[in-house]
Ligand binder design. Structure first.
Ligand SMILES: *[C@@H]1O[C@H](CO)[C@@H](O)[C@H](O)[C@H]1NC(C)=O
Length: 600
């Protein structure tokens, strides 16, 4: 189901998606059109504590009785992303027919024994809520409520009645509301009669606008949002201006001086005095021309990281563009499915960039580099996900991913991502095999002079991330809040702007930082450039800790692990993405400034 929209947007995915993910269609829900008196499915999805969005359980984890206990549970298995995000739709067995109202129909009744009563009571005290779906529209409700009795003691009451209001326009369902009522005190021996009513109302709202009520316009149109965008934009203008002014002036002066002494040399005015003067004037970045193109330490890791990072830049931009085009946020799990498939398909780019970078530095272990590029990000994410899955299995949570879906992801990696990365590496190696650097590398590395602490690589790295972080952290609040606080994120056009600003700021900051580093005669610029922009993600991680402590009410081991597990994956991706952009910018910058220098 989750694949419906991507199929429409990009039909060439049809084969791939159906072959690999086998999404199950669900009758009329496929086209969202119903005939009068046609059966309408109500699916129950999950229950869990309201404050812990990832701690979810199967609806029947709570001892709710079933309408037809003997009937086999009918499942609706969704696409890859839907399952990975912990959804499991089970049919509620309720008889709902299109445009047929009913009142007080009995679902089932049960007598609470001691165990069931304590399970329900615990769930109500922890504010369990549940989620259901009608025609892909979600319905939410709390399991029960706490009421104070005469002595002021809080007692748990469970709602036994569900009233569903559905509005329709012609043959389509437009809006659904759920009202819970008739609270009954939870105690051993209590008799619970679960009932439901359905009311149908005609409406004029068009089908295309039925998701609008789930979008929190007030929250997302917040003034601070626009303020932050304008702010970041000013910062971009300021930074690009700064880069342009400082570097142009300094470099032009450097070039002019160099050109003068070259002209002197041509004129034969090569007396000892001018030679000495030139030599003493030669300081800063030009002195290290024999070392800047020396291969960096841990070349394999750098090549793999930069390759993956560039791949992530393409991946994120294309997923955001697809989401803008297709309104994917309306469908459970579609964005995640899209992300995973697009990762596999863009592996070629990762392989190409890492293979090319490695070959340009004349590295010899290209197979090892290729393996690392293919598995660096997926491997780390898979490791984190594996840990989280183990915890989820232990808790019997819905967040545990079924084995078949894990296999689907592994097959996607093995049969699409890996071969594409291999081909990319081979192409990259062949097209970039000549180093082609403006300056030859000296045989003996020069010593690096001791400079002030603020010109050391670690200080430059730590400072470098601050500005890019400053340009995105307000948007981070909105992204985090949608992810952890049940808001649908829908302003992807805005997100695209923020990503672009982040990239531009990272590029500017790395260029300035690299210039300072080279001027301090330190030629280890590759990792410094990478770390300078990658440190943005370190600040994002710090921000996420702040967010966890002060903006959410998550509790318990399970939710804490999931919060930090997902945040680590996100920060890891962000670090690779920013780092790669920084490295590419610095590499282009270094090539440019040394091109006009006479090297020896
Ligand atoms: C659902 O609730 C909202 C807000 O209370 C109301 O405006 C809307 O008319 C209701 N829809 C139906 C189908 O009852």
């Amino acid at each position: 189901m989750a694949l419906r929209i991507p199929l429409r947007v990009c039909p060439w995915w049809t084969l791939l998606c159906f072959g690999l993910l086998a999404a199950v269609a669900r009758g009329s829900e496929k086209n969202h059109k119903y005939e009068d008196h046609e059966k309408v499915n109500l699916w129950v999805n999950k229950v869990g504590p309201y404050n812990n969005p990832q701690e979810t359980y199967n609806y029947y984890y709570l001892p709710f009785c079933k309408r037809h206990p003997a009937m086999k549970a009918q499942h609706s298995w969704g696409g890859l992303g839907e399952v990975l995000q912990g959804n499991e739709l089970i049919h509620s067995q309720l008889d709902i027919k299109f445009k047929e109202s009913s009142t007080g129909t009995e679902i089932c009744s049960m007598i609470l024994d001691e165990h069931k009563a304590s399970v329900f009571e615990d769930a109500i005290r922890r504010q369990y809520w549940f989620e259901m779906f009608i025609d892909d529209l979600p319905l939410w409700g709390f399991v029960g409520e706490l009421k104070k009795d005469d002595k002021g003691v809080e007692q748990a009451y469970i709602y036994t009645s569900k009233k569903i209001d559905v509005s329709y326009n012609g043959d389509r369902i437009i809006q659904v509301n759920l009202t819970t009522a008739v609270p009954v005190l939870v105690a051993p021996g209590a008799k619970l009669d679960f009932r439901y009513s359905v009311d149908w109302h005609a409406t004029k709202t068009p089908f295309s606008r039925r998701f609008e009520r789930y979008l929190d316009y007030v929250f997302f149109e917040h003034k601070i949002h626009w303020f932050s965008l304008v702010n970041s934009f000013m910062m971009v203008l300021f930074l690009t201006g700064l880069v342009a002014i400082i570097l142009m002036r300094t470099l032009r002066k450097d070039y002019a001086r160099y050109a003068r002494s070259a002209a002197d040399a041509l004129d034969g005015a090569l007396d000892a005095e001018s030679l000495e003067r030139d030599f003493s004037e030669e300081s800063g970045w030009k002195l290290v021309h024999g070392d800047v193109f020396r291969p960096p330490r841990h070349l394999t890791l750098l090549a793999a990281s930069v390759g993956t990072g560039v791949q992530l830049v393409f991946l994120c931009t294309s997923v955001i563009l697809l989401t803008i085009a297709g309104s994917f946020f309306e469908e459970r799990g579609t964005i995640l499915t899209c992300f995973i498939i697009a990762y596999a398909l863009t592996s070629f780019i990762g392989g190409y960039v890492s293979g090319g970078l490695y070959a340009r530095h004349e590295g010899r272990y290209w197979i090892r580099t290729m393996l690392l590029s293919a598995s660096l990000f997926p491997g780390l994410c898979f490791g984190i996900a594996f840990g989280l899955n183990t915890i989820a299995i232990f808790y019997h949570s819905l967040a545990a991913v079924p084995f078949a879906y894990i296999m689907a992801v592994l097959l996607l990696w093995g049969f699409i991502s890996f071969p594409l990365c291999l081909i990319g590496t081979i192409v990259g190696r062949n097209w970039n095999s000549i180093p082609n650097y403006p300056c030859r590398v000296k045989r003996i590395p020069s010593p690096i002079p001791d400079k002030h602490w603020y010109l050391r690589p670690w200080a430059i790295c730590a400072a470098g991330g601050l500005l890019p972080f400053g340009s995105i952290f307000i948007e981070m609040y909105f992204v985090f809040t949608s992810f952890w606080n049940y808001k649908v994120y829908y302003i992807y056009g805005f997100l695209l702007l923020v990503v672009l600003i982040l990239l531009v700021v990272s590029v500017c900051v790395t260029i300035v930082g690299t210039y300072f580093l080279l001027n301090a005669e330190n030629y280890h610029w590759q990792w410094t450039a990478f770390g300078m922009s990658a440190s943005t993600s370190f600040y994002v991680f710090l921000y996420s800790v702040h967010y966890f402590l002060f903006k959410t009410k998550m509790t318990g081991f399970f939710q804490t692990c999931f919060y930090f597990g997902y945040t680590s994956m996100f920060c890891l991706g962000l670090a690779l993405l920013c780092g790669a952009v920084g490295y590419m910018a610095a590499a282009a910058f270094v090539r440019t400034i040394y091109r006009n220098v006479k090297c020896d």
